[in-house]
Design a protein around this ligand. Structure first.
Ligand code: G4P
Length: 285
């Protein structure tokens, strides 16, 4: 599957992030809880050196709860603070500021010991497309209306808003590029909607997703498409797309199944969590 992410685009976004990173004391990395490996930028550690970091496992409302907890523990074991959140409903967001403060406490204490009273900290959001960066910023900025301008001497054009006492956030997120290391990563990004559909073969993608769903057999997938009478283990995914299209009455003239429409529907329903809470990637141990 070809994924369009031009090197030129990547260089431009990287430069912008490097510039913004100089302005902040900590970084908040948002990833998709359904694909914590594929939705992480491969160069994140190199980009953020020596800065406290918080990982937000977003969309936890549509990820498997147990898997998300395994990921939180996994990050913790690797010395990274992680928090599951659902930016759509706001679940988990209340724990964000206390966790961030904890990561910043060493720096704050250091500055205080040097005589600074109430040192103010600045943070920025980073993440690959579609992980929920804007949703998070909207949610947290609505709760905290006060917007402050740039400090003198700092790049013009940046808007900061106060998220808590002496804690400010940059209102534009850093858009990172995903990794394109292997076919599985590309597919997982595409299944979850991180990659635009118009650059992919939508039918092929849906067939690949059905391959996975056939293995996982989520009960809600089976009941939504009334597949109780289908022997999933012995049905080709290509055929399964036809069966699903027919069951939903997606036919074109001549009685043939409209495969493209059926493919779009399968992908849409998966992306919006209609087949239940499904995590595609688990920690190794
Ligand atoms: P980005 O800035 O990182 O590119 O992501 P953005 O906030 O635009 O969110 C991408 C999609 O993910 C949006 O859906 C958004 O509603 C959805 N989303 C964000 N956070 C969550 C979450 O915690 N749970 C779930 N289930 N979805 C989340 P969309 O289909 O593009 O738009 P819409 O459905 O909001 O209209």
């Amino acid at each position: 599957m070809d994924i369009n992410w031009f090197p030129g685009h990547m260089t431009k976004t990287k430069r912008k992030i490097e510039k913004d990173l100089k302005l902040v004391d900590a970084v908040v990395e948002i990833i998709d809880a359904r694909i914590p490996v594929s939705s992480r930028n491969p160069d994140i550690a190199k980009l953020i050196t020596n800065k406290p970091r918080v990982v937000l496992l977003n969309k936890c409302d549509i990820a498997d709860e147990k898997a998300t907890q395994l990921w939180v523990d996994c990050f913790k074991n690797n010395g990274i603070a992680a928090l599951p959140v659902d930016c759509k409903s706001g679940k988990g967001i209340n724990q964000f500021v206390p966790l961030l403060r904890k990561q910043l406490s060493e720096k704050i204490d250091r500055l205080k010991s040097k005589g600074m009273i109430n040192p103010c900290m600045r943070v920025m959001i980073v993440g690959i497309p579609n992980v929920g960066k804007s949703t998070f910023i909207n949610r947290i900025s609505k709760k905290n209306k006060a917007v402050s301008a740039d400090r003198p001497g700092v790049t013009r054009g940046n808007q900061w808003f106060t998220i808590a006492n002496c804690l400010e956030m940059l209102d534009t997120p850093g858009v990172l590029w995903p990794k394109f290391e292997d076919r599985t990563t590309g597919e997982h990004l595409a299944f979850t909607g991180a990659i635009k559909d118009n650059i992919m073969d939508i039918e092929l993608l849906a067939v690949r997703l059905l391959e996975l769903l056939k293995e996982l057999k989520p009960p809600m997938f089976i009941s939504r498409f009334k597949l109780e009478d289908v022997d999933l283990d012995n049905t080709e995914s290509d055929k399964l797309l036809e069966i699903i299209g027919k069951k939903r009455g997606m036919l074109i003239s001549g009685g043939e199944v409209d495969r493209e429409r059926a493919a779009i529907m399968v992908l849409d329903e998966f992306r919006s969590g209609k087949f239940g809470r499904i995590t595609l990637e688990y920690p190794e141990n």
